[in-house]
Design a protein around this ligand. Structure first.
Ligand SMILES: C[S@@+](CC[C@H](N)C(=O)[O-])C[C@H]1O[C@@H](n2cnc3c(N)ncnc32)[C@H](O)[C@@H]1O
Length: 292
């Protein structure tokens, strides 16, 4: 109710962007950082129903309503972003940003007058004007953001007073089977010679609370969303993990070692195989916070 009242008067954005040249800067910079491929991006579009479902769980709590100006940070190929464009309607607007050129190219094929996609990353959203959004959300992405304090501060800068921040992502308080298998296999020879350069960071709830305090979000609610990812076998699970992580399932080991590491991971997943497939429990921390 609080959110509905606060979100009832919105303007259609016109001066949303600071400068187009900054968009170009992100385009060039992000290409150097990402290890994504067209194949992984296309596969993710096909198999991301789990993330789509967790996004809906988040967005129901965020209470997105018509006329809102919404930013989707780490939008991937834009499936969920397009859904939000329907909800905000023709007087609202939705922008998706993602550092992966491959995913943004897929997203840009979705044509709606109130929907746009750009390359960019959570840590530096300087292409957008301060207080230009009513809601900012981050689904299944924050663990890949290397400078999480900078990112959450950026979200605070972009939100108007009373605007809403939504975050859903894996909890650092409980390790999933994927994290355990990845850590165990990559600690073996010869993979251990190649420490992961930008490992995912799953926040514990107390770490998340600190980030929110530091960025000006004293009013918030965090709940745990317990989900289970099920696949028919180990190959399907690893394919989903590869597409979801833009190929980072194997940390920073060289390309030629990846097929071997995959086989070793597959052997570990097969130990969890039951009659109807593999089931991985995942705890997600789901935050809705209000900009003070
Ligand atoms: C699992 S996908 C989630 C995509 C989408 N949010 C969804 O729910 O389907 C993670 C996304 O995070 C993006 N990503 C990685 N690092 C990022 C960063 N620093 N800032 C923003 N997005 C990032 C990846 O390119 C990828 O599209």
């Amino acid at each position: 109710m609080l959110y509905l009242r606060e979100c009832s008067k919105f303007q259609i954005p016109n001066d949303l962007f600071v400068s187009d040249s900054l968009t170009l800067k992100f385009t060039l910079g992000s290409k150097l950082k990402m290890g994504d491929t067209e194949e992984l991006a296309a596969e993710y579009t096909r198999v991301s129903n789990t993330q789509y479902g967790t996004g809906l769980f988040l967005l129901q709590r965020l209470n997105v309503v018509p006329d809102m100006r919404v930013l989707d940070v780490g939008c991937g190929p834009g499936n969920l972003t397009a859904h939000i464009a329907e909800i905000v309607g023709e007087n609202g607007s939705v922008v998706g940003i993602d550092p992966s050129t491959e995913r943004i190219l897929i997203a840009q094929k979705i044509q709606k007058q109130n929907l746009s996609f750009y390359e960019g990353q959570a840590e530096d959203l300087s292409q957008f004007a301060a207080e230009s959004f009513d809601a900012v959300y981050v689904n299944s992405t924050l663990h890949w953001v290397q400078d999480q304090p900078a990112a959450v501060k950026e979200f605070g800068r972009l939100l108007r007073r009373g605007g809403l921040l939504g975050i859903s992502g894996g909890s650092g308080d409980t390790l999933s089977a994927q994290e355990k298998i990845k850590a165990e296999v990559l600690s073996r020879e010869p993979y251990r010679k190649y420490p992961e350069e930008s490992p995912p960071k799953f926040l514990k709830q107390r770490e998340l609370e600190k980030l929110l305090d530091d960025a000006g979000f004293p009013e918030r609610r965090i709940v745990v969303n317990k989900i289970t990812k099920s696949t028919k076998d180990a190959d399907e699970m690893i394919d989903w993990l590869d597409a979801s992580s833009s190929g980072k399932t194997y940390g920073s080991i060289p390309l030629e070692l990846r097929p071997r590491a995959r086989e070793e991971m597959k052997a570990e997943w097969n130990k969890l195989l039951v009659e109807d497939g593999i089931h991985m429990d995942i705890d997600l921390l789901v935050t809705v916070a209000v900009k003070a």
